[in-house]
Ligand binder design. Structure first.
Ligand SMILES: [Zn+2]
Length: 355
């Protein structure tokens, strides 16, 4: 098992970065790729590292989004409770009685999302999912004044789920917040560090604001002007109780997930073919996904400029968009192996032949 990858994922998942507030992740991206390539940022906050191989062209965009789903302070009640909005997709079921950290100018303020004890719930209320708008965070303040003046909790402060990195009893499985998409960020870092001889230029990105509509991908792809794009994700695993073996498309331990279709993008068929051939040639386990819902940065990137042939590779994660997602490190390793074998094949003529 690759201890270095596990340490990198620990560091990346424990960094906090809701959409529009990705600074901590951006700093890690920068520090791990310092000296590996030329590092730049766009004006929305995405960061990218350009590693020139034997030739300048084609330009391969290797994208990962740095942001994670979180919340933002809307207002503080007179009694000192914090009302909030979600930033990115959440299901209220996953939120009751969870821990969060609120980032303020005066430092981090821990809190818990309040939940009414069953003893106090009216009959009928126990069977319902709470409306997100009825949730609140308890930071232990006595009043709005204490929350805002003393603790610094004010409208607009980012709120991040608290989800420590936890090795499971199965030595290949790990739980943490934000595997969507710190697995992608880790893969960009390790691929750029690992690539030696490649007939192209690879631009690895940490893009911002994916969870609120692929916003950073749009600007960073315009800045980078790629000829082809590989988007890295932590997509939802579906190997849950009740799932049938016939319909599984994201199984932990099933290998790198190659996404062929979702409502935001249709993968380039020749790039898909080359990718699958590469997994076969190097005995890399893979699984295919055709998704009825969801979107990735590729949805924005493939429509930039003259068009960018794209593909999405993923490390499936159970319980994404919660405090406790779970991955299998072998799937991460399979994705890294695939990238290190696929990118050296993307020379000028191969990329020309994709379209
Ligand atoms: Zn994601």
């Amino acid at each position: 098992m690759n201890q270095r990858s596990i340490e990198l994922l620990t560091e990346l998942t424990q960094a906090d970065g809701i959409p529009g507030h990705e600074e901590a992740v951006r700093q890690l991206f920068h520090s791990h790729l310092d000296g590996v390539g030329d590092i730049q940022k766009d004006r929305l906050g995405s960061i990218y590292c350009t590693k020139t191989g034997n030739v300048g062209k084609p330009r391969i965009l290797l994208d990962s989004h740095m942001d994670e789903v979180g919340f933002i302070v809307q207002h503080v009640t007179g009694a000192g409770y914090v009302k909030f909005l979600t930033v990115g997709g959440w299901w209220a079921h996953t939120l009751l009685a969870q821990r969060v950290n609120i980032w303020t100018k005066q430092g981090v303020v821990p809190g818990v999302i309040g939940s009414t004890p069953p003893h106090l719930l009216a009959a009928g209320a126990r069977d319902k999912v709470m409306d997100l708008k009825d949730l609140y965070i308890d930071i232990g303040a006595d009043s709005a004044e204490q929350a805002m003046e003393e603790y610094g909790v004010k409208p607009g402060c980012p709120i991040v789920p608290y989800g420590p990195f936890m090795p499971m009893r199965n030595p290949k499985l790990f739980s943490a917040k934000a595997f969507d998409n710190r697995v992608g960020v880790g893969l960009v870092i390790e691929t750029l560090q690992g690539l030696a001889d490649h007939p192209n230029t690879v631009i690895g990105t940490g893009s911002v604001q994916e969870e609120v509509g692929l916003r950073g991908a749009r600007t960073v792809a315009a800045a980078v002007a790629p000829d082809v794009a590989i988007v890295l994700e932590g997509p939802p695993a579906d190997d849950l109780p009740g799932a049938s073996g016939d319909t599984l498309q994201g199984k932990l331990g099933g290998g790198v997930q190659i996404r062929l279709f979702d409502p935001s993008m249709i993968a380039n068929p020749r790039l898909v073919e080359l990718t699958i051939e590469t997994t076969t040639a190097h005995q890399i386990p893979h699984q295919l996904a055709v998704r009825t819902s969801g979107a990735t940065d590729a949805g924005a990137i493939h429509q930039i400029g003259h068009g960018v042939p794209s593909i999405v590779l993923g490390v499936p994660a159970r319980y994404v968009h919660s405090h406790v997602s779970i991955i299998n490190i072998d799937d991460y390793q399979a994705t890294l192996d695939l990238l290190l074998h696929l990118i050296p094949q993307l020379d000028a003529s191969t990329v020309d032949n994709l379209v």
